[in-house]
Ligand binder design. Structure first.
Ligand SMILES: Nc1ncnc2c1ncn2[C@@H]1O[C@H](COP(=O)(O)OP(=O)(O)OP(=O)(O)O)[C@@H](O)[C@H]1O
Ligand SMILES: [Mg+2]
Length: 235
């Protein structure tokens, strides 16, 4: 059984003459424990697809099935529990709080539930994991783009999500740090987490394609393909 299944999903933005079809009749089955890259040109619908997979946005048409249940038909309260318990989201723009220190940014998803000492310990462990163990008390506004990205990744992991949706998680990182982040995401997949990575980096797609749990998907003009739909090296 697939963990998440998209059935004939379309997403149309805007009204009447100014509409944009960001997703065009997309069907996709995501199995538990896979690590998947989604590649495609700017504006092809990658972030829109992740937002729909993470129930951050609703499709215009089609169904999103999670464990065979149509999440378009469940109440908002259940959807927020899906977001909290199943999904860890690494946003393209990190959405960190600049005046809060690093560790409290990692703990943001737990604020509504009350933060306890074991949560702080786990946040610290995650910061160690992403190489920021020494920076937990720094204000986020003092971090570089790459360091901020790593805080965002630690935050996505705080709830032990079953699915990690990462929108360009290495977009702001140098190649060594980027590789470390991909290695970390691969490790999580090997432990059973489903990982979906939007990336423009063909090296990442290559590494994932060679992994037994790996799968590459391409998107162009809102349509999916299992074959490259554009030349990633072409200017
Ligand atoms: N909230 C919105 N309102 C209107 N149009 C939108 C909205 N969000 C996205 N779009 C449009 O939908 C299309 C797909 O956008 P999306 O953000 O999914 O692209 P993307 O593949 O993530 O691009 P990038 O690589 O630049 O991040 C684009 O044409 C975009 O302008
Ligand atoms: Mg995007």
């Amino acid at each position: 059984m697939s963990l998440i299944k998209l059935v004939n999903i379309s997403k149309i933005y805007g009204e009447e003459r100014t509409t944009i079809k960001a997703l065009d009749d997309v069907s996709l089955e995501i199995e538990q424990g896979k690590i998947i890259t989604i590649m495609g040109p700017s504006g092809s619908g990658k972030s829109t697809l992740l937002n729909i997979l993470g129930a951050m946005d609703k499709p215009t048409n089609g169904e999103v099935l999670v464990n065979d249940k149509d999440i378009g038909k469940v109440a908002e309260s259940k959807l927020s529990s899906y977001r909290k318990n199943i999904i860890g989201f690494v946003f393209q723009s990190f959405y960190l709080l600049p005046n809060l220190d690093v560790i409290n940014n990692v703990l943001i998803p737990l604020i509504p539930y009350g933060i306890k000492d074991p949560d702080r310990e786990r946040a610290q462990e995650l910061l160690n994991l992403v190489g920021l163990g020494e920076r937990s008390k720094s204000k986020v506004r003092k971090l570089s783009g790459g360091e901020s990205q790593r805080v965002a990744i630690a935050r996505a992991l705080i709830n032990n999500p079953k699915v990690i949706l990462a929108d360009e998680p290495t977009g702001n990182l140098d190649s060594v740090t980027g590789k470390a982040i991909i290695d970390l995401l691969i490790k999580l997949a090997e432990q059973g987490t489903t990982v979906i990575i939007v990336t423009h980096d063909p090296r990442i797609a290559q590494v994932i394609s060679e992994h037994p749990l790996g799968q590459n998907i391409w998107i162009k003009d809102g349509k999916l393909s299992n074959e490259p739909t554009y030349d990633m090296y072409c200017w």
